[in-house]
Design a protein around this ligand. Structure first.
Ligand code: FAD
Length: 394
């Protein structure tokens, strides 16, 4: 079987693998291995595709901040369309949830967001289909953006190829052996040899680490369901914000001329080709009927997707504590698209032993707080992740 050599092998062709492969291709030869027939088939192709610095775990939100300028002004030739577009976010509180909404408002202000607090009635000017009698208060935040995930992924892959990087699909890493200072990664399409491996396998990161003979790390996938339906005839949905209830039981948003809704489920899952859960589909439709004036006549599309978390929901980036040539880029949760640009820069920099890029370090990211060796990640008995405030976003 053919053997190819490189400076870096990246395992996984989602946004994490594509972006870190692009970053590393400035330093040497990169081979990107993807087990499916096309990159982006799993989580990356199934996201809600929004970006906000104002939600999510603290370190992820800083990586979103560090990603923003690239997304707003990508390098020359990266994409022929804008990567981000205005969307806005609207949070709704029912009676009894006002304190939760106020706490959320305080947290958003603390993170530097501009917000408007309104009555539920006034919130109809942002999103005319909410049942304003079901809610008492609302909070609008204009900075939330839509991301063109497909253009972002395609841009990274195109730039990677232009730097002589190789993308090999249908190439599942089946065996990883370290010997003589290099890794040999065996796939059905040949063996690939490099001194450094980056594990960007999304829901499969644990499986890949096990193949490499490394200990269990607490980075596990959870399934989330999404459903798409047609909006009411004649409505101009393009300006509607992403709309959440503060109790975190649903969100919906315009998506390519239709409405996407998720019941924000978070069910533990094996790494797999995740499917929409039928009960969650029914719950999503019920939320739309209960909290909006829209009617779901036909489900146009539905899917499941994996979101992979460390127990603290923060990034898992850097060298494995048992093997410095095995670099993790994992634990993206619901932030892997929006924060992926900076996460990849950070992973690539650590992979070449260059430390933390200064702009990322200045935001308070340290080797330790994202390390795969931190206690909650290495401790197999640590509590599994749970949904927390502002974290079901995406
Ligand atoms: C419903 C939903 C909504 C979301 N909304 C948002 C959002 O609004 N904003 C946001 O930023 N994020 C969002 N996310 C999260 C986001 O999609 C993920 O964080 C991100 O896509 C993770 O990218 P990844 O490259 O790590 O994983 P993936 O895209 O899953 O890529 C991993 C790849 O590794 C490959 N692989 C696995 N094992 C092997 C192997 N042994 N050999 C070779 N290849 C292998 C897989 O085939 C896969 O292609 C959402 C997720 C879901 C499910």
């Amino acid at each position: 079987m053919a053997v190819e050599t490189a400076d870096f092998i990246v395992i996984g062709g989602g946004i994490a693998g594509a972006s870190v492969a692009y970053e590393l291709s400035a330093q040497g030869k990169v081979i990107l291995l993807e087990m499916e027939s096309a990159p982006g088939y799993h989580s990356t192709g199934r996201s809600a595709a929004v970006m906000s610095e104002n939600y999510g775990p603290a370190l992820w939100s800083r990586l979103v901040t560090a990603s923003r300028s690239f997304l707003e002004r990508p390098p020359e030739g990266f994409a022929s369309v804008p990567l981000v577009m205005p969307r806005g976010a609207l949070f709704l509180a029912k009676e009894g949830e006002e304190a939760q909404l106020s706490a959320q408002a305080d947290e958003l202000v603390r993170r530097g967001a501009t917000i408007q607090q309104t009555s539920a009635e006034e919130a109809l000017r942002f999103c005319p289909v909410i049942r304003s009698d079901a809610f008492v208060k609302a909070l609008y935040e204009p900075d939330c953006m839509d991301i063109d995930t497909d253009a972002l992924l395609t841009g990274y892959l195109k730039m990677l190829r232009s730097r002589s990087g190789q993308i090999i699909t249908r190439a599942r890493a089946e065996r990883l052996v370290r010997s003589g200072g290099v890794w040999t990664v065996s796939t059905a399409r040949g063996a690939f040899v490099a001194p450094v491996v980056v594990n960007a396998a999304g829901g499969w990161v644990q499986e890949v680490a096990t193949l490499a003979g490394l200990s269990y790390r607490n980075v596990v996938p959870f399934r989330r369901t999404a459903v798409v339906f047609d909006p009411p005839a004649g409505s101009s949905i393009q300006t509607w914000p992403m709309t959440f209830d503060v109790a975190e039981t649903f969100y919906f948003k315009p998506e390519a001329g239709r409405i996407m809704v998720s019941p924000v489920d978070m069910a533990p899952s094996e790494p797999c080709d995740a499917q929409a859960d039928e009960l969650e589909v029914a719950i999503a439709i019920d939320r739309i009927h209960t909290f909006t004036t829209m009617e779901v006549r036909t489900v146009k599309h539905k899917w499941g997707g994996l979101r992979t978390f460390a127990p603290d929901h923060e990034p898992v980036i850097g060298a494995d504590p048992e093997q410095p040539s095995f670099i993790w880029l994992a634990g993206q949760g619901g932030n892997g698209v929006m924060g992926g640009v900076a996460a990849a820069r950070l992973a690539a920099s650590l992979a070449i032993g260059a430390g933390i890029p200064s702009d990322i370090a200045s935001l308070g990211i340290t080797r330790e707080n994202v390390s795969p060796g931190r206690q909650c990640v290495v401790d197999a008995t640590a509590a599994k992740p749970v949904v927390g405030s502002l974290e079901s976003f995406g």
